[in-house]
Design a protein around this ligand. Sequence first.
Ligand SMILES: NC(=O)c1ccc[n+]([C@@H]2O[C@H](COP(=O)([O-])OP(=O)(O)OC[C@H]3O[C@@H](n4cnc5c(N)ncnc54)[C@H](OP(=O)(O)O)[C@@H]3O)[C@@H](O)[C@H]2O)c1
Length: 499
Amino acid sequence: MSETAHSTPASMHPIAEPLTLFLVGITGDLARKKVLKAIYQLFSQHLLPEDFKLVGIARRPFSPEEFKQYLHDTIQPDSDAGWSAFCDKTYYIAGDVTQRETFEKIAAFHDQLKTCGNHLWYLATLPSLYETVAEHLGALGLHHSPCGWSKLLIEKPFGMNLDTAQKLNQILRSLFAEEDLFRADHFLAKETAQNILAFRFANGIFEHLWNNQYVDSIQVNSIQDIGIEGRGQFYDATGTIRDVVQNHVLQMLALTLMDEPSGLSSTSVRQQRREVLAHLRVAQSSAGQPAVVRGQYEAGEVEGQAAHGYLEEEEVAEGSQTETAVAMKFELDTPRWRGVPIYVRAGKRLARNVTEISIRFKENPNRMFGEQTISKNANVLTFRIGPNEGVVVRLFVKRPGLKLELEEVPMQFCYKNQFQMELVEAYVKLIHDAVQGDLTLFPQGDEVEHSWQVLAQVLQSPPPVEKYAAGTWGPAGFDQLLEADGRAWIEPSIDVCQI
Ligand SMILES: NC(=O)c1ccc[n+]([C@@H]2O[C@H](COP(=O)([O-])OP(=O)(O)OC[C@H]3O[C@@H](n4cnc5c(N)ncnc54)[C@H](OP(=O)(O)O)[C@@H]3O)[C@@H](O)[C@H]2O)c1
């Protein structure tokens, strides 16, 4: 992507004070895929202060030259213009973050380079290291900057269940004020997720219908056709519910279901998201069990290629019962949404690669067109989070001709069509907002705890996994979950907005 291709988004501003960004886990997968490119993009667009330093921390030994080469290989800048200016601002400290001496080296670095000013600590390392890093920061007083602010940006997962999330929150809050804690859930920073708020609250049309009087049901599909991509150890200890439902999916639902905030302040937006999560429940099946179906992929075929089963993946435990996909039914216990089922389907090695939220509106009770308007997809409004981002309403129209015959058509807004500019990459937005101190797109500690609470019973006693062939729509139980309610999954129409 060329540097000129990114115009500086009007809403983004540089900050004047000196800034040191400490990136713990600079050699990791996330840093390589997203974080370093995002930092460089902000730097190239002059959205970071002139007096900026990036300090990478990991165990891998690097000479200064090797480190610069690593950065170059990772970021792959389009041109060398500006590259050496960026490199001059980068430093590396090799060390094990479980050891106090690593933080002593960091403290000595402060003294040597006089990094007076604002400090952003970015934890993009193993979640099992979060507590120890925080404790070391506290023990050496590195959570304070004597001449500026000090904030912590921390990657999900925030704990592995309610207890561990509460413990992590407690440790973090003992060191940082809640307004200095930036818990990253990059889905919230996607343009299309932010657009849910704009679409709902800037237009009166749909908001009047956004309740149990007019909405039949809601569906979220957060599905991938890829497998676990060599991350067997991580995935086997995590599973789909912890990996995407507890965070991305519940946050998208919170944006979709929340009441209108009193204003644009982060406090009012976060408060309304929190209210949704505080009242969300996993529904019960007719047998009195949580309405949850867990799936695990077996060998199958994805895009014409043979794909092996989950149990054959490297570093997956023999006979593992970890789910690689899940279908769940939720309900929101508020006057606005009581009685509206919310279905979620998420996971890996499913038939498509798409994330979208669909609102199905109730049928017109009169039905002058009778059977002609029975359809799985009409009367549905879909927020396409990705790929081919947009908003689609599927409606019936009259097909041209002598007869009054109906045809289901999409009415769509597609980002690619409408705006001749790149979407702001989620990590660019997250790092920018953390530096600026805008908390809107970061879940607060209570939100995180509520979302673990919603899933606590399912995580404590999960149903057994049902097998499904890789590349399909999941086990039979996924369809049965909706069939029990007389409904069916809305098949994502991936061709929409494929411009
Ligand atoms: N990867 C993604 O796509 C993705 C997406 C969203 C969120 N996340 C989250 O981001 C975080 C990082 O994920 P990741 O996939 O990047 O993990 P990863 O590839 O395993 O990277 C871990 C990083 O931490 C460093 N590290 C590990 N142990 C260390 C120690 N004892 N002392 C110092 N450094 C240590 C590693 O470097 P050395 O081995 O050189 O020490 C490496 O830089 C996780 O919380 C993950 O859930 C990841």
